[in-house]
Structure formats: structure tokens, C-alpha cells
Write a protein that binds this ligand. Sequence first.
Ligand code: KG4
Ligand code: ZN
Length: 336
Amino acid sequence: MALILGIESSCDETAVAVIDGSAKTLADRIVAQRIASQDEAHRPYGGVVPEIAARAHADVIAPMVAATLADAGLTLDDMDAIAATAGPGLIGGVMVGLVTGKALAMASGKPLIGINHLEGHALSPRLADPTLAYPYCLLLVSGGHCQILEVIGLGQYRRLATTIDDALGEAFDKTAKVLGLGYPGGPAVERLAREGNPRAVPLPRPLVGSGEPHFSFAGLKSAVLRARDSGQYAPADLAASFQQAAIDCVIDRTRGALAACAPNMTALVVAGGVAANAALRGALEALAGEAGLPLVAPPVKLCTDNAAMIGWAGAERFATGQSDPLDLPARPRWPL
Ligand code: KG4
Ligand code: ZN
């Protein structure tokens, strides 16, 4: 293991980290990290605007690399490799981070490792606790992704389910918009839901009970809009009922995926921004118990987009001797 500079810019967070792959504690593994959120820039639009995101990444990324190395008390020469997200994501943003990584690799002569952002999320629980052994079942729920994966080993992933329309976080964000709660919406919906009745509004549970393994949230989102427009329900009841319906869908889909996994899973793991939701974590805890598995949820700061998970994925790849050529393409779509 080694010192890795990690760079992430695939959505609306510009992030840089220095990872020590061989350190014994999480605090020592993340030698330094910085995250610049673009929430303010996108708030007026109620969602991420790709062109604004790409420009904002380009404005801050070079000084952030310098500042993060300074925080660590290290220089580029001390790094063993540069790991940058190479996709999937908003292509303008991915290119900013990947080109920065390539330039640093070229200038320093250090190897470049292009990381699949989803692999970053998939391995983030091992950054938090490297004793978490493969294989594990991962529920990845963020603003851009909604998948269940069997994480068999480094570079070995079997996708068991994905969304056929919206990601779970996207459904929270759109519900927040419908309820006038602002962006990003997930935490606001969760706060309001605490004051509401989760059974007040009859809402659909798309695909629950179907033999099909995938997620769908578009119908739920439309039903929330219709319920709001009916004028019959209080916003807190709408928020609570939406959250309950979404969680019921996730639990049903995850139960099916666990049944489809190989029998030797070491844990049920949840990662991605929506893993911050306490009601979801509670429901998953019960489901994992049902399956006789521990529920592993990395600290929320490692669940949302960050560069530490990219640096960690780089450290795991570097340890097995992997690197990429400097003409590695940026990929808007890149299934694991
Ligand atoms: O992983 P992340 O930071 O970025 C993406 O890769 O998308 O996830 C952000 C998503 C947003 O949709 C946000 O609304 C959602 O995670 N989120 C939540 C909560 N905190 C963040 N959703 C529900 N409840 C929360 N507490
Ligand atoms: Zn992400």
C-alpha cells in the first residue's frame, strides 16, 4: 500500500484527498481531504446544471490539489500514484478531474489510475474498515445511482439490480422540489417526514412484489405530485408517506437481491448519499438481521461523494500493480 492522491469531480462536489493505504486507523488512512460543494451554484435551478458544474470544478481544482497536499505536509513527489475518477458522471466535470490527474501524473512521472466512481462507492466501506471481507452485498443509493451489487473482489462486481428510471436520491430531491423544500432535498424531506404520518397519503410502491429485480421511482414521484395538487394533505404527511413508500420499495428490492446473492456474503452494506437517511438505515438494519448478516454503513461523510473513496480505490488497485495509460478516456456511462 502506498500514498495516493485522489481526485473526484463527476457530479457537483470537487474533492481531493491524500490516502495512506497502509495506515492502521481511518484517521491515519485519510491523511488530508478537501471537498468543495457546489450546492449554492445549483440551488436556484433545483438540480445540478452540468455546464455550471464543469466550470465550477475547473475554477477550484488546481488550488484544491495544492491546498490538500499542503494540509498533508506532503508534495506531489511523495505520492506513489494519482487516482482520478474517469467516469461515470457529468462528462464536463469528469474531464476536469481526469485531465488534472493526467497533468499531475505527467509532470511528476507518477502512475495514473483511472477510477470508476461506482467502484469508489463500492469500496468505501473497506476504506472505513479494511477488515470488511469480500464478498459483500452493496446497496448503493445516491442522487445519480441506485444499484445493488455483489462485491466479489477488487474489480469483480455483479450487478443484481438498477433503476429503470430515477435514482433514489433523485426521487427525494424531486419530492423536495414538489414540496418547496429546496435543494439538495433528501435531508429536508427526512426532517419534515419526522413530523408527519407515514400512512396518511396512499402512495404506490412501484415493482414491490414483482419478480423483476430492479427499482422504479418515477410513478411514486408523480403520485406525490398528484397528492399535493389534490390539496388534501399536509406537507409533513406527504414527506413522511413518500419516505415510507420509498423505503418499502428499497427493502423489498434488497430482500430479493439478498436471496439472489451467493450464500457467502459477509455483510449487507449501504453506501451513497441516501445512506445518510436514518429511517432507511433502521429498516435496513432489520432486513440484515432477518438475513443473519451485519449491516455495515460507512460514516455519512464517506457515503456522499468524496475523494477519499477514489484515493482508496486507487490504493487497492495500486497494491495489485495496476495503472492506466495517459490517454485513458473520460466516460459519461460506465457500468461496473
Ligand atoms: O452520494 P451523493 O452525495 O451524490 C451523488 O453521487 O449523487 O448523494 C446525494 C443524494 C442527493 O439526492 C440527496 O438528496 C441524498 O443523497 N441525500 C438524502 C439524505 N442525505 C442526502 N436522501 C435522503 N435522506 C437523507 N438524509
Ligand atoms: Zn456518487
